[in-house]
Write a protein that binds this ligand. Structure first.
Ligand code: ZN
Length: 567
């Protein structure tokens, strides 16, 4: 396989890396200019190492069974990651202890200095070793879940390959797919529970080492979530319950009517009614790329150029296969000045959304490309996800590249209804994690009970789970974020509310909205979330009033679409 990333350093040679890091550490400051130059040197070096680390991560995710890829990735996790963390902490100390730091331009470096202060408060040498263990457990999670397969009509299928059957109009087919998915998951359940038990212990220790009450508080500091609190997340859950669930309930009831079933069952949730063929936006990988490229070209010439270059350079690993990790992500490769997209397409409508979503991240990376310091390019997830989720919604106008008029109507309804259904389900995953780390000594049974309880509280009550209580308790084992990137979920909810505001203004002013989208994303991390959202022409606001306003808007958009005559 061709290597798609640039390696400026040999990560196997840890002595050489250490020497380079030592040189940076002992680089003398004789003026504020020296500090500025040093910041740029550190950032460049960090970018170079980052690209290699991310490259190795991609290799491993793409080929779980490749021993060399695994070895390189594990070496990074066990040797390079810790080395880098330790030196980054030393660099933070060096900067913050320098008398020249007060002469740095506040407008340019103010946010960076605050971030370094926070990092120093949080950093403990003991946690570096714990994080190596934590990473090892994450790797194990991916090996276990990525290796799962099920037998389907005499053929061995990966988990993502089974997903399309959940949409099948034939109820027996989707029930069988649903059962097979959960049987596969259950085959590794005990190991996954053990991984989580170990992670809980490690995370509790990390928080205690940093003198924090719990790991939730630790992660809020780590993610620099200074614009909202855990209490705000609870209130958000409450507002969603109040303003979103009634709309979601209508959608579920309509689904039941459309399917012509007496009760909606867990395996009906993605189903397509009899007589309607599931949406199939493309038949081959190349078709997906070509159509997406044309669609992006209608929005902005640079967007198209970007996906074309990424495709030529082998930076789109789109299709599912065995021994490939589940999920999708986009990684920025700062030295190559390009991004890489990883996903598991199985030729469904959701693949189309995933690609536009990930392209939103790529476009964001591209717009931030010229910011000189890596710190300024590392955006918080509330703005990263605004980029990607907005792209999903704005892409709707271009779906004629994939669908007939009738299919477009269906696909758009699916997306808008899906957003309504996602909000309660997303905040449930967030609240589950709050509970987990507020009660770190819970048992696996209590954990499953809690997840089931939250699912009940944050659902419309239309789906009948009887006989599937077990699946409802265990669904979270499929959610890799809970394992790999804890607390990374509320951002999807918050950013979705931002994306809906973007879509709302796009309906009135497409050209102006796209211009503001690009302008806001170009800010990267140089401004606060409030300022980034403001530049985009929207508000960083997840109050009950905002949610209600957006639900009214969504409801009217859905009604308008439903009234479009079928042709
Ligand atoms: Zn994303």
């Amino acid at each position: 396989m061709k290597q798609i990333y640039i390696e400026k350093h040999d990560l196997q040679n840890t002595e050489d890396l250490k020497e380079k890091l030592e040189n940076l550490l002992h680089s003398p400051f004789q003026s504020v200019d020296d500090v500025e130059m040093w910041l740029k040197d550190v950032s460049d070096f960090y970018d170079e190492i980052r690209e290699s680390l991310d490259g190795h991560y991609i290799d491993f995710q793409a080929r779980n069974h490749d021993e060399n890829a695994k070895k390189a990735f594990e070496h990074d996790q066990e040797k390079i990651g810790p080395l880098l963390k330790t030196y980054m902490a030393k660099f933070d100390e060096k900067l913050m202890n320098s008398s020249y730091k007060d002469q740095l331009d506040q407008g340019k470096y103010g946010r960076l200095l605050l971030s370094k202060e926070n990092a120093i408060r949080l950093f403990r040498e003991e946690n570096v070793g714990l994080e190596v263990e934590e990473d090892r457990l994450s790797t194990r999670y991916f090996e276990l879940t990525g290796g799962l397969t099920a037998e389907w009509n005499g053929e061995e299928k990966t988990i993502p390959e089974l997903f399309p059957y959940l949409e099948n109009p034939n109820r027996e087919v989707r029930k069988s797919a649903f059962d097979k998915l959960f049987t596969a998951l259950t085959s590794v359940e005990n190991e996954l529970q053990d991984i989580m038990n170990e992670m809980m212990k490690i995370r509790k220790k990390k928080a205690a080492n940093s003198d924090l009450e719990n790991y939730r508080d630790y992660m809020f500091m780590k993610y620099e979530r200074f614009d909202y609190t855990p209490e705000d997340c609870k209130r958000l859950a409450e507002s969603i319950r109040q303003h979103v669930l009634p709309v979601a309930k209508k959608i579920d009831e309509q689904k039941r009517a459309e399917l012509g079933v007496d009760t909606l069952r867990p395996y009906d949730q993605k189903a397509v009614p009899e007589g309607r063929i599931p949406l199939k936006p493309f038949s081959t990988r190349d078709e997906l790329v070509e159509r997406t490229s044309n669609a992006l070209g209608q929005m902005d010439a640079r967007f198209k150029e970007l996906i074309d270059v990424m495709n030529e350079r082998g930076m789109l690993d789109l299709e599912t296969r065995k021994n490939k990790s589940p999920g999708g992500f986009c990684t920025s490769l700062p030295v190559s000045e390009l991004s890489f997209i990883f996903m598991n397409a199985s030729h469904t409508h959701s693949d189309l959304l995933t690609l536009f979503h990930e392209m939103g991240h790529c476009i964001h990376n591209d717009l931030k490309r010229n910011l000189p310091l890596s710190y300024d390019r590392e955006t918080p997830m509330e703005s990263s996800e605004l980029a990607s989720m907005t792209m999903e919604l704005l892409s709707m106008d271009q779906w004629d590249h994939f669908y007939t008029m009738e299919e477009q109507k269906q696909a758009k309804l699916d997306l808008l209804r899906g957003i309504v259904s996602f909000l309660p389900s997303g905040i449930r995953v967030d609240q589950f994690q709050h509970w987990m780390y507020e009660n770190p000594d819970h048992t696996p049974e209590e954990r499953m009970e809690k997840f089931s309880e939250l699912t009940k509280e944050l659902s419309t009550g239309v789906v009948d789970w009887s006989g599937y209580e077990d699946a409802r308790m265990k669904e979270w084992l499929f959610i890799l974020h809970i394992f790999e990137v804890p607390f990374y979920y509320v951002e999807y909810v918050i950013a979705q509310l931002g994306a809906l505001q973007m879509y709302k203004q796009y309906k009135e002013d497409p050209v102006g909205t796209l211009a503001r989208y690009k302008e806001a994303l170009s800010l990267g991390n140089t401004k606060s979330l409030y300022e980034v959202y403001e530049k985009a022409g929207i508000r960083f606001d997840f109050s009950g009033e905002m949610i209600k306003e957006l639900m009214d808007f969504l409801q009217s958009e859905i009604t308008k679409l439903e009234m479009v005559e079928n042709c």
